[in-house]
Structure formats: C-alpha cells, structure tokens
Write a protein that binds this ligand. Sequence first.
Ligand SMILES: NC(=O)C1=CN([C@@H]2O[C@H](COP(=O)(O)OP(=O)(O)OC[C@H]3O[C@@H](n4cnc5c(N)ncnc54)[C@H](O)[C@@H]3O)[C@@H](O)[C@H]2O)C=CC1
Ligand SMILES: O=C(O)C(=O)Cc1ccc(O)cc1
Length: 368
Amino acid sequence: MPAPPVIGIVGSHGAYGRWLREFLATRMGLEVLGADPADPAGLDPAALLERSDVLVFSVPIRHTAATIDEYARIAGGREHRQLWLDLTSIKAAPVAAMLRSRAEVAGLHPMTAPPKGPTLKGRVLVVCEARLARWRGWLRELLDALEAQCVHSDPDRHDRVMALVQAMVHATHLAQAGVLRQHAAGLGSLEGLMPYRSASFELDAAVMARILSLNPAIYEDIQFENPHVPGVLDALAGELARLRDAVRRGGDEGRSGFRRHFLLDNREAFGAGALREGNHGFERLAWLLADLAETRTLSVHLPRDEPGALRRLLHVFERLGISLSSIHSARTPEGEVHFRIGFAAALAPELLLEAGRRIEHEGIGRLL
Ligand SMILES: NC(=O)C1=CN([C@@H]2O[C@H](COP(=O)(O)OP(=O)(O)OC[C@H]3O[C@@H](n4cnc5c(N)ncnc54)[C@H](O)[C@@H]3O)[C@@H](O)[C@H]2O)C=CC1
Ligand SMILES: O=C(O)C(=O)Cc1ccc(O)cc1
C-alpha cells in the first residue's frame, strides 16, 4: 500500500467529485486525479486506473454499477492492489459491482449534499466495509479526516433503511408539493399560504424547497434505483388511503379507527422516550423559527474570538438601554462566529443604527 496514495475520482467534475478533490488535496495533502467527460483536464479510464492507488466512484446513481463494471473490465485484474470506494446514495448494486473486481472495497454514503465546510463534521456517513485487508488502516485515516459521524451497515440494510429515511421522506414532500400546486389557483401559492404557517408547515415547506432546489437526477434515482422503494410507497399509499377512508366514513366508527391506528398504535410504536425527545426537538426548532421571524435584527461578526468579546458587544446595548429579545450564534463554514440578535419590533430604528455604529466604531465587531 503506497503512502501517500494517489486518488482517482471517477466523476471528478460533479458536485461531490469537486468537493472530494478539494478535501483530499487540502485536508489530506494527497495527489488527486480525475476522470469525467465534463472535466477538460480529466484522464481516460485506463490512465486513471494506471496512475491511481484508490479509486472513488462518484457518478450519477443510475450509471454507477455499469461504470464500475467498465472500470473492472479495463483494469483486467491489475486492480487487486487498489482500494475502490463509492459515494452512491444506494449501496447494494455499486458495492456488488465493486466486489466483482479484485480490488479491496468499501461503500460510503454521505447523508448530506456536499457541505459548504471543509469536512463532513456533524454529518452522518454510512460506511459499508465489504472487502478490506491492507487498505483498512488508510480507510480509517480517511474517515478520521472526514470527521463525520460514521454508521456502519451492510449494503442491503442500508438500502432498506434509505427507502424509509430518504425515499419516503422525499415522496411525502413531493406529494405535498403536488397538492399545494393543485390548490394554488383557489388559495394562493406557497407565498400566499406562508402568512398562515404553523412551525410544522414552515419546516415541511423548507424540506419541499430543499428537494426541489437540488440535483433532480438524484431525487429521481433515489426513488427508481432502490428495489425496496416500491414496497415503501405501497405502504405509504395504503396508510393515506386508510386515513382518507376513516375521515370519509366519519362518525364514531371512522373516528375510533383513526384514533386507534394513527394515534394510539403509532404513539405506542414510537415509545415514550422517542416521543419526548422528538417533541422537545420540535419545540427547539419552532423556537428558533420564531426568533428568525423577528424583523428588528442585527447580525454581527466578532473578529476577536476570545473571552470577553461577547460581553463588550452586549455592553453597547446596555449603554443605550436596549434590551434583546433573542440572541443566536453560529459558526460559518469558514469558521467565523456570527451573532444574530433580535429586538422588540417597537425599538426605534435610530437606536439600532446607533448601536451598529458604535459596534463598528469601537472595533467590537463587523455588521453583516
Ligand atoms: N449531491 C448530493 O447531494 C449527494 C450525492 N451523493 C452521491 O454522489 C454521487 C455523485 O453525485 P453528484 O456529484 O451530486 O452528481 P453530479 O451529477 O453533480 O456529478 C456526476 C458526475 O459524473 C460524471 N460522469 C457521468 N458518467 C461518468 C463516467 N462514466 N465516467 C466519469 N464521470 C462520469 C458527470 O459528467 C458528472 O460530472 C452519486 O452517486 C450520488 O448518489 C451522495 C450524497 C449526496
Ligand atoms: O442535503 C440535503 O438536504 C439532502 O437531502 C441531500 C442528499 C441527497 C442525496 C443523498 O444521498 C444524501 C443527501
């Protein structure tokens, strides 16, 4: 196993290919080569195979297994010294294809779009170790550098879980988007409904918008390339039909059927702990949404990330007799700490302007 290994990314010009190239080159100091018909600097498959020690397949889901088979055919057994990885959102077909080669094999699935930050810190990465020997130690180094929360799985379990965790969630939100579209003529589009929002609706609308904003091919393939999805969609349609039938039936019978099946039995299946934790999580998000809805706000970056920096910022408001209604901090992907401070809607705008002026003038922070 060469140290440090040369990495070849198949799909180097795609969203993840580019993120991974940057990560491997800058965070791990590795030489990274690529192959991609869309990459003018890309190598052809034979050259990439020849010059790489580790191959990472990061191509559209529907083409992954065939692409891996093609690389195995071209490698002709010489890949026995290599480690082959993939990033595909489904795992059984790509991992089976990699196992048809003679390479060492692990399947990876980051549960996030390519992040804006430099690593997968705070995100989940599913790891399917399939055939590892000499490369096991280096894979550990890679996973450590990625800083993700790793969950180990076999490919079949991964795909069964993803039919629920991804395909079902995307399906329910796409169906909601379709229903909203059907009613838009009478009640207004999403924008017209937002003034009536609950926290649940706001969160669901955000998920719909997220799905409809990212790469459509991925959402299509997550439904169509996972053999466990049709069964999950049947179950989902069955539950919705049952709910509709109970509501149509109405009366004591309809209502008691609804209460037993949808409320009591589901509550019991969740369990007291999961209910408490989920409900608490929802309340925290609803609280955050309420704070984000405040219109009188200041966002400040404190350049001196040191003890006392926040006290100096708060002292400006204290001196002006301004009380805060919320304060949140977040670290940007670049590592800057930003504070978002909310004030009562009645606060005079001139007072807020004065606070901003003092924050900048006294070198306490930069307004965003
Ligand atoms: N983008 C996302 O949110 C996530 C993507 N993934 C997985 O990452 C993989 C890549 O996805 P993205 O980068 O988003 O897709 P993408 O569509 O942005 O990039 C795919 C790239 O593969 C190239 N390509 C197609 N056939 C090729 C071949 N035979 N040889 C070399 N290159 C080829 C395309 O030209 C394109 O540049 C997929 O398997 C996807 O499931 C996983 C988690 C999240
Ligand atoms: O970031 C998000 O919201 C996503 O859901 C993106 C995404 C798309 C495909 C995956 O396999 C994993 C994550």
